[in-house]
Design a binder for this molecule. Structure first.
Ligand code: SF4
Ligand SMILES: [Zn+2]
Length: 333
């Protein structure tokens, strides 16, 4: 069943009116805003006053068009409009200097165009069935024309003119910015600033990474040139506590010939200035690290060892040699 027609165009003055404000029946002198056919007013007894086509016609969009057209008229005559909040500010009641219905503003023809005292236009769209589509928003952006869309799709079907006016006047019609030129410009500015910030941070980060890489390279070079990197690993024969290493470069170690080149890993090495730590390898393969082969490079980093006062147990317990611990400079790896 077709919906009742709440508003019609009065022929005498072209205004959109509700049925209660014109004579009953054919004397209403009104036509359908959708198809232009004559209407009759039906003053309500059981139903609310409304219009109906005088003759049987196929007119399916009369309700939507009558509401759409009447809303435009209401807005234009109201003299103010509630503008929804945006990034430019909160909701405001905005009084306008003049309004035009369905007149061209730039390349578009908004439902209503209102103008500030200074002449800046604002497009208003009334949504009953079709909302502002992306193509139109693109055009609004190109034109620099801000636009608010009011949603009339959920209004009650038995509206009077006064009721519709009151809804617009009291901010009871939901509205949103289909496009806001200033907010859009602000967002574009903020996005550009954010992009600049991200780029700047990326450049700084890259420079920091490069500095770190350079420093790492320097540290690595220093490490490779250090006695620790050149230390020889001498495997401990036997267990850590009583085992020995073969290949001790101290010539006079051991009075007996059979002890030449042999050092006890837990007794001799930890007290030796050429001791560069102990390898914490697997339980059955332990090494000491010896820099006795490079004695000129050896001494500067061994105050720590000396400070243990020749206590090999304590030294072994604390001085587990890894490149990280023994590195003379910062960790290069
Ligand atoms: S650390 Fe000293 S005692 Fe041990 S093997 Fe090297 S030179 Fe010999
Ligand atoms: Zn019609």
């Amino acid at each position: 069943m077709a919906l009742l027609i709440p508003f019609a165009r009065r022929q005498s003055d072209g205004r959109l009116v509700d049925a209660s404000s014109v004579p009953n029946g054919k004397r209403c002198d009104c036509t359908c805003p959708e198809c232009g056919a004559a209407l009759i007013a039906k003053h309500g007894t059981e139903k609310v006053s409304h219009f109906a086509h005088a003759n049987t016609v196929t007119c399916t969009g009369a309700y939507e068009t009558s509401l759409h057209e009447t809303a435009k008229q209401v807005i234009a005559e109201l003299g103010f409009v509630w503008l929804p909040p945006s990034s430019m500010g909160p909701k405001i009641k905005f009084s306008f200097a003049r309004a035009e219905i369905e007149k061209k503003a730039n390349t578009l023809r908004p439902d209503v165009t209102i103008y500030t005292v200074g002449g800046r236009p604002l497009a208003l769209e009334v949504m009953v069935t079709h909302e502002v589509d992306p193509k139109k928003i693109d055009q609004l952006r190109r034109d620099g024309l801000s636009c608010v869309e009011f949603d009339c799709s959920e209004l009650p079907r038995d509206l009077t003119y006064e009721a519709l006016r009151s809804l617009f006047a009291t901010d009871a019609i939901p509205g949103h910015w289909a496009f806001n030129f200033k907010a859009d410009a602000l967002e574009a500015k903020l996005a550009a600033e954010e992009q600049r910030r991200v780029t700047r941070e990326a450049i700084l980060q890259e420079a920091a990474d490069r500095r770190k890489r350079d420093q790492d390279q320097k540290d690595l070079t220093a490490w490779l040139q250090s006695p620790h990197a050149r230390a020889r690993e001498l495997e401990i024969q036997g267990d850590v506590a009583s085992g020995f290493v073969v290949g001790c470069p101290i010539r006079r170690r051991g009075r007996l010939e059979k002890f030449k080149g042999v050092a006890f890993a837990a007794l001799d090495c930890p007290k030796c200035v050429y001791f560069a730590g102990r390898n914490d390898g697997t339980a059955d393969r332990q090494f000491i690290k010896c820099i006795g082969h490079f004695p000129k490079l050896a001494l500067q980093d061994h105050t720590t060892i000396r400070n243990f006062g020749g206590d090999p147990g304590r030294l072994l317990e604390n001085k587990i040699c890894t490149p990280e611990i023994d590195a003379p400079s910062q960790n290069p790896f």
